[in-house]
Design a protein around this ligand. Sequence first.
Ligand SMILES: Nc1ncnc2c1ncn2[C@@H]1O[C@H](COP(=O)(O)OP(=O)(O)O)[C@@H](O)[C@H]1O
Ligand SMILES: [Mg+2]
Length: 310
Amino acid sequence: MFHVKPSDNASPNNDFGMDTPLARELADLSTRRKALKTIEVQFSGETRVFTVSNQKGGVGKTTTAVNLASALADLGAKVLVIDLDPQGNASTALGVKHSADTKSIYDVLINDLPFSEIVQDSPESENLRCAPSTIHLAGAEIELVSQVAREFRLRRALEEFLRDDPVDFVIIDCPPSLGLLTINAFTAASEVLIPIQCEYYALEGLSQLLGSIQMIQKHLNPELHLSTILLTMYDARTRLAQQVAEEVRTHFPQQVLNAVIPRSVRVSEAPSFGQTVISYDGTSAGAVAYREAAVEIAQRKESAAQNKGA
Ligand SMILES: Nc1ncnc2c1ncn2[C@@H]1O[C@H](COP(=O)(O)OP(=O)(O)O)[C@@H](O)[C@H]1O
Ligand SMILES: [Mg+2]
């Protein structure tokens, strides 16, 4: 048996753990939490439409889409998430129904149903809604080919919805391919957000994605631009993660957010509870990082608007 005298732990001279990396990390996290509490963000009423894209799977697109959406909603923004991936992971994380018989984004794209008939409230926040995806969307890639204005179906439907029911942010979660679904996202959005995983081959395929964005700009949507890059799944202990982050910052100094999302178990387990990490464990390192990213995104536009006015 071990006996620990209570006084050992209570001793003011006991500096156990005070100067370990973990203790420093926790102290840092609590400072960042406090800083976040003091921040107030104003929203201009202008709708910003983001598409979260990267043709690689498993890089954190969906995780970023839902967590940023929830963090922005928490800041007071009205947010609509459009789940454009047949896997429906964003719908799951936002706790909205998306079984095969649910009216979904598929019906908007293929059956001309208005957004207002498919949008659901997310239990995450009263400011957050989601246009769910269902398994039917897997066939939409083919079915869209024969549709009139096949590249603009999402844009048209979204514009109609926003006229009656404006929001501050629309965040579109894309599938990991550059097919017609992603093209619909690119014509509906003006800002592209690319999550980059701080691991091997992070930049592989990026030039192809940038090329696609340029093509869309030239032929379908002149407003589209890469506005934001978010480094995700960062593991500060590895030299590799630091190198990837440095390399991305060198290439894209304007676009990369200061906030970096750490690799965190809390982030990856939240969806299995039908939640984002913001509601699942809002004070965890992953949630704090997504909140910081949301503040930066909101403030960047604020300062851009101020510069324009000046
Ligand atoms: N910051 C993170 N820490 C730990 N796991 C993460 C993190 N971000 C994403 N993941 C996990 O990585 C996997 C892929 O993420 P996901 O967002 O689904 O990628 P994508 O939408 O690009 O395919 C998921 O299992 C997710 O839970
Ligand atoms: Mg996904």
